[in-house]
Design a binder for this molecule. Structure first.
Ligand SMILES: Nc1nc2c(c(=O)[nH]1)N[C@H]1C(S)=C(S)[C@@H](COP(=O)(O)O)O[C@H]1N2
Ligand SMILES: [Mo]
Length: 319
């Protein structure tokens, strides 16, 4: 495992892609041919070289394997239009979320592991292989965004935790502090927010823990100091501000499943053909624009993840 001395968000902001740059590879190459100086730093070759260089000094270089088919969402939109029910049921919770103290922050790893442990966020970050990834995000409410996240593969945390062979699920739980998160005073919600993945999903290369975005530390409203990022699933799976990772042989009942199981299931993979009971999932609105795009199966990550769900026809994979 790589030991990095710097945290991923120490990436200079200049390394983040300017908003509005179209990031699919063909567009990159065309643009590179037209204006080599401007887009040179974003070419694949450079990114790879850069990655080798920066990992050795401990920075978080962009992983060129994950590309976008759409412009990066403006940072001001991604950080001010949020779903975070702990801080309110409207989208404008970003100010309220500043009350969340993100240092010190202790993470408990327990359940079916060789040895349960607690670890401070900075000790954890120092042990994880940091990188930057460009990912699409699709909320079940049919809005979407594209974000440069910094963080580490969830698989690295799973390996550090040394789960028992009998563990089947990884359960992730948000902090519980009603004194700073007034939403948690609303007794009709099943606090704390819980989500889960199968071990195959949790160790899949796409499953990511974000600790930064846009080359900066992740702000509280987006899930500081660490949040799950599973881009092929509806956004509610990407649980924020995680305080506990528990390995279990029982499938957890997640927060939204508990509230409304007929609308929000365990798998929650994105699929344009399976409507939400109250609206269509065929298209999505990109945050900060009026543009609607067709929804993509597995949010465009089918090549990576479809094989996870082979022979699972009996399961409600898309709600
Ligand atoms: N703890 C917690 N995690 C959460 C939520 C929440 O309300 N509480 N909302 C989810 C939903 S519905 C979405 S779409 C994403 C939104 O992430 P963003 O605000 O960073 O865009 O966070 C997910 N994680
Ligand atoms: Mo969402």
């Amino acid at each position: 495992m790589l030991i990095c001395s710097k945290r991923g968000w120490e990436l200079p902001e200049s390394a983040a892609t300017p908003e509005g740059v179209y990031l699919n590879r063909r567009a990159l190459l065309q643009a590179a041919a037209a204006v080599p100086l401007l887009v040179g730093p974003f070419s694949q070759a450079f990114a790879q070289q850069n990655s080798a260089q920066q990992t050795s000094v401990g920075g978080a270089a962009r992983n060129p394997r994950y590309t976008l088919d759409r412009p990066v969402t403006g940072e001001d939109y991604a950080t001010t239009y949020n779903n975070y029910v702990e801080f309110g049921s409207q989208k404008s919770i970003w100010k309220a979320a500043q009350k969340l103290p993100v240092r010190p922050w202790t993470i408990t790893i327990d359940g079916m592991v060789e040895q349960p442990m607690t670890i401070g966020i900075d000790d954890l970050l120092a042990r994880m292989p940091m990188e930057e990834r460009l990912y699409r995000h699709r909320c079940v409410e049919a809005w979407a965004m594209a974000v440069p996240w910094t963080g580490f593969p969830l698989k690295a945390l799973v390996e550090m935790a040394r789960p028992l062979g009998s563990a089947k699920y990884l359960v992730m739980t948000t902090f519980q502090k009603p004194e700073v998160a007034s939403g948690q005073k609303q007794f009709w919600y099943p606090w704390p927010y819980v989500e889960g993945l199968t071990m195959a999903e949790a160790t899949h290369e796409l499953a990511f823990i974000s600790t930064g975005m846009y080359g900066k530390p992740i702000p509280p409203q987006n899930g500081a100091p660490l949040r799950l990022t599973v881009p092929w699933k509806y956004g509610f799976k990407s649980v924020k501000s995680i305080a506990r990772f528990t390995f279990s042989d029982q499938r957890p009942k997640s927060f939204w499943e508990e509230i409304q199981g007929s609308e929000y299931g365990f798998w929650a993979n994105v699929n344009p053909e399976v409507p939400h009971p109250r609206w269509s999932q065929k298209t999505e609105r990109m945050l900060g624009t009026d543009e609607r795009r067709p929804t993509l199966i597995y949010n465009g990550y089918g090549e990576f993840v479809a094989s996870l769900y082979r022979d699972m026809e009996g399961e409600k994979l898309f709600m």
